[in-house]
Design a protein around this ligand. Structure first.
Ligand code: NZQ
Ligand code: ZN
Length: 394
């Protein structure tokens, strides 16, 4: 087992009615003037935003609100949030929503604690030295941003979608009430489940095979549970226990626990492939991952057929004894599962049209940062490989 540092300081308030404790939690973590950040309207329609504001008022905490976060959160709204936060003397960010809202809040929190342009962090020109404290009320199980150290935002001026990781942005608390996810449309639920599974797969497919039995065993068990729950939730969207399993797994999948001892290096190529499409074509993150994973898996399988065979047998229940055949059967079985959730399993299905060759080259050029970086660790992919994976994903 490799050495590791595991740092996940977020206080999780899991279960029904945690929302009513938001005021007390914010006060406990030092918030006096809060920027309440939310999305395109679901939190307003469900009455959640009112509940959050009432709880803050009951704890005597002042607040301002800023809604309008779109999926693939935009830099322009983040800049608006930073200006509002400065003007109002905000000292705490409260994100009410999913990964997009939490990531937008993290970016505002960085921006309020620095002098330069917040995009410099995402374009890797600067490192954050400070970040305002944040809390979150999670409304969709997916990105895992409620306990992760990362945020992903889109520069609406250039179409670049970029992530930035730093432990100082981890939420102080996360209110996780599974009933808040009952109102999700089926496509968002499935897309979220896909993202959760992908966070585990990205970490599982790292170089070196089994480096930690604990990491592998937890990952395989949680993936098997997600195979069951992701189907069941679409049939019974208001089944509390199923929603709860998915929500908690969403955090476990992305708080780094599952890579402890594994060298802390996942593959992450599929995330990079998706981020490029998300910035260009504004697709749902989980759906974008589903569209590239099968092509990626078949492209890299020969690098480590034994690892793919292990996934096939322990997660997908494949009984084939020869590794390569088992590996391919496992990939096909997972692809079938994604399809059964209503997810696209090709880029053509994702976008509803076939990409032109020039678009593939443009995506590969952007994804490789104009040919200056490679992606992936299981198999390292350069710009030409990236273009080929997109091509095979058509
Ligand atoms: O804006 P509203 O009206 O709230 O609608 C949202 C949005 O349209 C809707 N929704 C959320 N909760 C709802 C609801 N609708 C009804 N009822 C509810 N309870 O769902 C839609 C998607 O929301 P979004 O926040 O975009 O979803 P998700 O959590 O999947 O976040 C996706 C973003 O997170 C990034 C992705 O790249 C993408 O930008 N990621 C962030 C990560 C991180 N910070 O650690 C890691 C991930 O790998 C990912 O990259
Ligand atoms: Zn993801």
């Amino acid at each position: 087992m490799k050495n590791f540092t595991f740092y996940c300081p977020t206080q999780v308030e899991f279960g029904r009615d945690g929302v009513d404790r938001v005021g007390a939690l914010t006060a406990a973590f030092g918030g006096r003037k809060v920027l309440v950040h939310y999305g395109g309207g679901s939190a307003v329609r469900s009455g959640l935003l009112d509940r959050v504001c009432r709880s803050l008022e009951q704890s005597g905490i002042a607040y301002v609100t800023l809604g309008g976060v779109k999926p693939n959160p935009r830099l322009s709204l983040i800049r608006e949030g930073i200006a509002l936060g400065r003007q109002e003397g905000v000292d705490f960010l409260l994100a009410v929503g999913g990964g997009s809202v939490i990531d937008s809040a993290k970016a505002i929190a960085y921006g309020l604690a620095m002098e330069g342009d917040v995009w410099d962090l995402y374009s890797k020109k600067a490192e954050a030295k400070a970040c305002l404290p944040l809390g979150s009320v999670l409304t969709i199980a997916a990105a895992g941003s409620e306990t992760s150290n990362s945020s992903v935002i889109t520069n609406d001026g250039t179409g670049e979608k970029r992530g930035y990781n730093n432990d100082i942005c981890r939420c102080r608390f996360a209110v996780m009430d599974p009933t808040l996810t009952y109102t999700l449309p089926a496509y968002q639920t499935a897309s979220g489940c896909t993202d959760i599974m992908m966070h585990m797969l990205e970490r599982y497919f790292h170089p070196g095979g089994t480096l930690s039995m604990a990491a592998d065993g937890m990952t395989e068990a949680l993936l098997r549970s997600m195979l069951v729950c992701s189907r069941k939730v679409l049939e019974q969207p208001e089944d509390y226990d199923t929603r709860a399993e998915i929500m908690w797994t969403g955090s476990l999948a992305h708080n780094d626990l599952l890579q402890c001892g594994n060298g802390m290096r996942g593959d992450w190529a599929c995330h990079q492939l998706e981020h490029e499409m998300g910035g260009f074509y504004d697709v749902a993150h989980g759906a974008g991952l589903a569209a590239v994973w099968p092509a990626w898996a078949r492209y890299v399988v020969d690098t480590d057929p034994a690892r793919f065979a292990s996934f096939a047998r322990k997660v997908m229940g494949v009984t084939e004894t020869e590794d390569k055949a088992a590996a391919l059967a496992g990939i096909a079985a997972f692809e079938d599962h994604l399809r059964s959730l209503g997810m696209p399993v090709t880029v053509t299905e994702l976008l509803g049209r076939r990409l032109e060759e020039q678009e593939i080259l443009d995506l590969a050029h952007g994804c490789s940062f104009q040919g200056t970086r490679t992606i992936g660790t299981l198999r390292v992919l350069d710009e030409a490989d990236i273009a080929e994976v997109y091509r095979r994903a058509l």
